[in-house]
Design a protein around this ligand. Structure first.
Ligand code: GLU
Ligand code: MG
Length: 440
């Protein structure tokens, strides 16, 4: 992150990821930066009512009112696809009302509040990173590609430029993976703490897109690239830290490895997942991905090292020089790159905190395929099939999930997403895949 302000002529794009999952905002001129950091840039409230396709949903704000995107100067960084390319400066902002208060519909403020509650009430902080899978059009598909050196060789120039561009933006890549699906790539990143986790995810997506475009190609985070194809997830690996930054998630003597407080947190997420999955899997295609036997998450299950689980306990290894408590993390798999990372983390934290408040008992990890269980067995285990369409997930959220969000934010989200569903009605699968691939 740069330390001084931008030069006179430079432009900093100030914005945030909106309810449709798109980074939107306005460019601020360098000579106005200090003033804009106080005043912000004007933003009609109705602007947040856009579907990912940039169409305004019918809404009550209409042409009236003003909120302000106020830059968070510490987040200013640049998205420069090449070392000598011009790049674009960006900063994340909060949406504030005219009197400076956080606006109820601001996703970033929602997450900030949820994290503050977690820290105040439970003395815990969230650490984690999204592990994004995406499709890179520059990777010509050949049979036998998954995880092969051949595929890696063909993305190596893109990967080199991407890793460098991510570092310039303040995002540290961990590995580069030619993934299973045609044209699919995955680049896990180093975890961050708190609000920065979501900022890093938003930056990651924009840097990947910019670097792909610098090769004349496209990268897409759509959950499904082509009708019937393999999905792309944005698995969220997380752990909890205490107020002093020490790991608070691990207890090597418990059945799952989760500490008592973390077990309640995870049980809270698991219990509420069907209520809020519309937030974490927010597009029509997200539900093509959340199908059984697709290594995503079709049920609200907790399991140890099983990639069909919504919540997967990840392995720890002894003798690696890194304490097991530091390695230990849980992977939330029921989300993808069409989701707003601020809303995703906000609902996870609030559902987890509910679990802590209620002192929920640790869940037993499921050891079998939920598809093999009868309805009675599923009920007894408190396991349910997640909603199978976005429309159904939104109906469930409207009744059972909305109390996880401020009322205005929940209403706005439902309005935008229901407009999105309506706008895609009747589209053949190939056209649907192409539309989402183009915007995400
Ligand atoms: N592509 C799978 C998904 O849709 C995940 C595969 C993996 O475990 O990396 O989530
Ligand atoms: Mg993967």
């Amino acid at each position: 992150m740069a330390e001084s302000g931008p030069g006179e002529q430079e432009i900093v794009f100030v914005g945030q990821v909106d309810l449709g999952g798109v980074f939107r905002g306005k460019g601020v001129l360098g000579h106005e930066w200090p003033y804009r950091c106080r005043w912000g840039v004007g933003w009609p409230p109705a602007n947040i009512m856009q579907t990912p396709f940039g169409v305004l949903a019918d809404n009550d704000f209409g042409s009236r009112g003003d909120v302000f995107i106020v830059p968070d100067p510490a987040t200013r960084t640049s998205i420069a696809a090449t070392a000598d390319g011009p790049g674009v400066q960006v900063a994340f902002g909060h949406l504030r009302t005219a009197d400076g208060a956080p606006w109820e519909c601001c996703p970033r403020a929602f997450l900030e509040t949820a994290l503050a509650e977690l820290e105040q009430e439970a003395g815990l902080r969230l650490k984690g990173a999204f592990e994004h899978e995406f499709l890179y059009s520059g990777l010509e598909h050949r049979p036998g590609d998954p995880f092969s050196l051949g595929a890696f060789r063909r993305i190596a120039p893109f990967a080199d430029r991407l890793v460098a561009a991510l570092a310039r933006a303040g995002v540290a890549a961990e590995t580069v993976i030619p993934e299973y699906a045609p044209q699919q790539v995955e680049v896990p990143i180093v975890p961050a703490i708190g609000l920065a986790i979501a900022d890093q995810s938003a930056l990651f997506r924009e840097v990947v897109r910019a670097v792909a475009e610098s090769f004349g190609e496209r990268a897409s985070f759509t959950p499904i690239g082509e009708a019937g194809g393999v999905g792309s997830g944005a698995h969220f690996h997380f752990s909890l830290l205490d107020r002093d930054g020490r790991p608070a998630m691990y207890d090597g003597t418990s059945a799952t490895g989760l500490s008592r407080v973390a077990a309640s947190f995870v049980a809270g997420i698991r219990r509420r997942l069907p209520d809020f999955v519309a937030i974490t899997a927010p597009t029509v295609l997200s539900y093509e991905r959340l199908q059984p036997h697709r290594w995503s998450a079709a049920y609200n299950t907790l399991a140890i090292r099983d990639r069909e689980a919504a919540l997967r306990i990840c392995p720890v290894r002894p003798d690696t020089g890194r304490p097991e408590a530091e390695q230990f993390n849980v992977e939330f798999r029921a989300t993808d790159g069409s989701a707003n990372p601020y809303l995703v983390l906000g609902v996870l934290v609030r559902a987890g905190l509910e679990g802590i408040r209620a002192g929920l008992a640790p869940d037993t990890a499921l050891e079998v395929d939920p598809e093999s269980l009868s309805p009675e067995e599923l009920r007894r285990l408190g396991v349910e099939r997640l909603p199978t369409t976005l429309a159904a997930a939104l109906d469930r959220f409207a009744i059972d999930g909305r109390n996880l969000l401020p009322a205005g934010l929940a209403d706005a989200f439902l309005t935008v997403k229901r407009a999105e569903v309506a706008s895609l009605d009747g589209l053949p699968p190939a056209a649907l895949a192409a539309r989402y691939r183009a915007v995400f």
